[in-house]
Ligand binder design. Structure first.
Ligand code: UDP
Ligand code: MG
Length: 318
């Protein structure tokens, strides 16, 4: 029987992994020893587990997981690579009603796993959504820091409520997981959805380490597309900005046209190539930009209307 916010809650650590053969063994050992020490100290229930979601890895991740697994590990093997957010959802969906608190974290050990202790304490104090927030990005490259900061700034300007410097290291109570899973959208951006859940929440700060081994699975373009997804999934502000720019420019061209007419009647005909070509380029560019932004949203509607499943499970090894 499940405990609720009692002294030894059942904790599930949900860890998505994609092509992580360099780090997976280290990560499994580290997480296992963390879980065991918490169990031995009677902080958490003996039924606590680590759920590795293998997101269609093409390397030896699954083999290594199978070889090194123990009674505390569960492997959910997805049928193909579905992306980090979907892999996380798969892990949370599996954990629903089996645990009191699910903590999601990356398998590269960039997130300080000692924060798990404090997350559990917070949960025992009644918090149901606990955000792990980085307060030190010194392990990131300048570019990653800069792009992340700009992303949070843009989101703020667009009025999207997301927690600055919080990625996907978070703890959710069973009730919060159920609420989260009721969001059926295909364009998943968990960082934007979780703050919408409500419930008692708090932030815990940690220093983000460098990857223990292996490479980031978020190269520049994937990161950019993730950021664009985040923006267009949560804000229609770009569309509005577009209309405002459009309206301003139409007004300006009206004045320009009036001026051209006046000069024409005054006998000073405007001969000039620039006055024709410049607005042409400008408006052409603007139109393309507008179409692009519209396309982003239409693409989203297209994806949502298809209502495709987010992932398929090939096997569960527990
Ligand atoms: N990941 C995943 N599916 C993907 C890409 C990444 O499950 O398609 C996992 C990856 O194994 C890691 C986590 O998501 O555990 C975060 O990825 P990564 O560390 O590469 O991102 P970064 O920390 O560089 O932003
Ligand atoms: Mg990482």
């Amino acid at each position: 029987m499940k405990n609720t916010q009692n002294l030894s809650p059942i904790i599930y650590l949900v860890v998505p992994c994609y092509n992580e053969q360099e780090v997976i063994r280290i990560s499994l050992e580290a997480l296992h020893s963390k879980l065991s020490s918490l169990i031995n100290a009677h902080h958490i229930s003996k039924q606590s587990k680590i759920v590795f979601v293998n997101d269609g890895s093409k390397d030896k991740t699954l083999e290594i997981l199978k070889e090194n697994k123990n009674d505390k590990t569960i492997i959910i093997n997805l049928s193909a690579n579905c992306g980090h957010q979907n892999a996380l959802i798969a892990g949370l969906e599996y954990s629903l009603d089996k645990c009191d608190l699910a903590i999601s974290l990356d398998c590269d050990l960039q997130d300080d796993i000692d924060l798990v202790d404090s997350m559990i304490d917070k949960f025992k104090n009644g918090y149901e959504v606990i955000y792990g927030v980085r307060d030190d990005r010194s392990s990131d490259t300048f570019f990653k820091r800069f792009s992340a900061e700009s992303f949070y700034d843009i989101m703020k300007v667009l009025g999207v409520n997301i927690i600055r410097n919080h990625a996907d290291y978070r703890a959710l109570s069973n009730r919060a997981i159920r609420s989260l899973l009721s969001f059926r959208e295909a364009n998943l951006f968990l960082r934007g959805i979780v703050p919408l859940l409500g419930y008692q929440s708090c932030k815990l700060y940690y220093k983000r380490n460098a990857r223990v081994a292996g490479e980031s699975k978020y190269p520049f373009f994937k990161m950019l597309s993730f950021a664009l997804d985040g923006i267009t999934s949560f804000s229609v502000q770009p569309l509005r900005i577009l209309s405002i720019i459009g309206a301003t420019i139409s007004l300006a061209s009206l004045i320009f046209g009036l001026w051209a007419l006046i000069t024409y009647f005054m006998g000073r005909t405007i001969s000039g190539w620039t006055s024709v070509v410049v607005p042409m380029y400008f408006l052409g560019g603007l139109q393309l930009l507008g179409l692009g932004i519209l396309g982003e949203y239409i693409g989203k509607i297209y994806k949502e209307t298809k209502n495709r499943p987010r992932y398929f499970i090939d096997s569960i090894i527990d």
